[in-house]
Design a protein around this ligand. Structure first.
Ligand code: ATP
Ligand code: FE
Length: 339
């Protein structure tokens, strides 16, 4: 089965080709235009997708050595994400499907992040978790613990009641003047800093939910008070601030993950989403796993942030299940429940 995946939910235009679960190509065009605005501007994102989609899909097919007529399905991100961005991918998928008479398969972007763990490479298979497993899904817009019983059966068992972990990274980075997206910058600076230098508020949340707004406020107040005494405070303590902030975010994430793993008695534990690129979180999950006898699954870096390979592999499982979309499918900005 050969599938083309198309992802355009936020600010990355991506296309990938897989044969069964083996990745043949994965092309990503990132949009630098948003950096100078300190966040994604939906209008600009949509326009950049329109410029990128044709060459990105073309390159993905060429790199894979696959002609459109050889495709068994086109998998595309239906949501959640920015409507104007999603619309470009959905419309392009429709056009291609119609022109070549290929079935379309819609994919939930979040399910895609999780199913990135089932990709393989042409020269080697990658480690796959066994079912049921727990996935800590940490991205720019979501922070969830998902219990995964099969590729298409998942249940959200915990979710953030305010900000996502990626948002916490990005907003705190903005306060320090580190640019957008700030997560990767904090990760880099944190390597030189002391994770115990500063203490920030930890939330008290029941069950397996998350909260990051208290941390954000606590971070903000620490900076505000310190800068009042010393205008150069941020510059002089950047590495320690980043290391301490990252350490706190990782602690918050791991605490709930450990709770859920105990409650559900599950020992296959995966992380997915853009924040799973974070070295502190990656090390933290592996360390925690070593202590607790988990098998831990951390994706390759290129499969952490948005990519079409994960959309293609999710599409593959829908294809096997016979879930096809009609040509009048439209994008959705929010999906409250994983399908
Ligand atoms: P969603 O998947 O919820 O719709 P999204 O697709 O915009 O949101 P992703 O692309 O999965 O989000 O992840 C982007 C987020 O990951 C950003 O908040 C970014 O700062 C964060 N991020 C990326 N790399 C790192 C890193 N090394 N450390 C911390 N955060 C990171
Ligand atoms: Fe994403």
């Amino acid at each position: 089965i050969t599938i083309l995946g198309i992802e355009s939910s936020c600010d990355d235009t991506s296309a990938a080709v897989i044969r069964n679960t083996t990745l043949l190509s994965n092309v990503i065009a990132s949009q630098a235009v948003h950096m100078k605005y300190g966040g994604v501007i939906p209008e600009l994102a949509s326009r950049a997708h329109q410029q990128n989609i044709v060459p990105v899909v073309d390159t993905a097919l060429k790199e894979a050595g696959v002609a459109p007529d050889e495709l068994d399905a086109i998998a595309f991100t239906r949501g959640p994400g920015l409507l104007g961005s999603l619309l470009v991918g959905v419309s392009f998928a429709k056009g291609l499907a119609l022109a070549h008479d290929i079935p379309m398969v819609e994919v939930n972007h979040l399910q895609g992040h999780i199913l990135s763990h089932f990709l393989d490479l042409p020269d080697r298979t990658l480690p796959h978790p066994d079912f049921p497993f727990l996935c800590l899904l940490v991205s720019g817009g979501h922070t969830q613990i998902v219990r995964v019983d099969s590729p298409l059966e998942m249940e959200i068992v915990g979710t953030t009641i305010d900000d996502a972990a990626g948002e916490a990274f990005d907003k705190c980075a903005k306060v320090m003047g580190l640019g957008y997206p700030g997560g990767p910058v904090i990760d880099r600076l944190a390597r030189e800093g002391d994770p115990e230098a500063f203490r920030f508020a930890h939330p008290h949340v029941d069950g397996f939910d998350f909260s990051f707004s208290g941390l954000k406020t606590s971070f903000l107040y620490t900076l505000r008070d310190a800068v009042a005494d010393d205008p150069d405070f941020i510059d002089r303590h950047k590495a320690d601030l980043c290391a301490s902030l990252q350490h706190t975010i990782v602690e918050i994430l791991l605490k709930q993950l450990v709770r859920a793993a105990k409650e559900y008695d599950i020992r296959d534990i995966a992380v997915a989403g853009g924040v799973s690129a974070n070295s502190g979180l990656r090390n933290g999950v592996v360390e925690e796993g070593r202590r607790r006898g988990w098998r831990t699954f951390v994706p390759e870096f290129r499969f952490t942030t948005d990519n079409a390979a994960m959309i293609a592999v999710a599409g593959y499982y829908h294809y096997l299940h016979g879930d096809f979309s009609s040509l009048d499918v439209s994008p959705v900005a929010r999906i409250e429940e994983l399908m």
